[in-house]
Design a protein around this ligand. Sequence first.
Ligand code: SAM
Length: 228
Amino acid sequence: MYDKSRLSRNEQYSLAYTTKQSPYLESVQEKTIASCPIARQMVSPVQGAFLKFLVQMSKATRVLEIGTLTGYSALCMAEGLKERGSEAKLVTLEKDEENFKAAKENVESSGLGHLIELKLGDAMDTISNLDNSIQYDLIFIDADKRNYLNYYNTILERNLLSDDGIIAVDNALFGGHVSRVAEGKDLSQVPPSAKHIHSFNEYVANDQRTSQILLPCFDGVSLIRKNL
Ligand SMILES: C[S@@+](CC[C@H](N)C(=O)[O-])C[C@H]1O[C@@H](n2cnc3c(N)ncnc32)[C@H](O)[C@@H]1O
């Protein structure tokens, strides 16, 4: 979630003292802000740097992203994949044709196109049909909130996550609304997505198949791994 005009003092400070992103990533972000009506849904530059770091730290080779928008977060993660050799690949899923077209252009002119495969279509259909002889080391879920639980269960049931792999889930705090859902407060004021996210968070926290840490950074990021 990125609204340049509404960064808190801490967020401004954090941006100022995070290693500067590449000029290309910055240009994709600026272009998205100028042309895409839902640009606010894009991750911030600091979160993009976090995702790149996560790829590098986990030594991920295969990355799956659910929710491409214009390709900004995919490009951030692909930068982290550059050092992983010829097996490295990121697959990103988008259902909106306009967003897909913009992402394709951004990826093609990035110099990272050889690392990224874009798939157009509903992500539930796509992940249900992905070749499950290939497992992913990092899966970033950042699409429609009502399907988070379906994505999660399909990933685990189809064994798409490698044993050391991480699922990273964006918007786990959904603007702070999830705690209101948990407390049963002002439910009429709470966006439906917050209810879906709260049910998801609760389900995963109680799921014996995995362990989860819900980080109160950005708009909330959950990191989930399999219990082996
Ligand atoms: C939050 S944005 C993704 C932002 C992107 N990860 C970034 O930070 O640059 C969510 C995207 O998911 C797409 N989306 C929503 N529902 C989807 C679905 N069922 N299947 C595939 N894509 C979907 C939307 O069209 C939108 O582009």
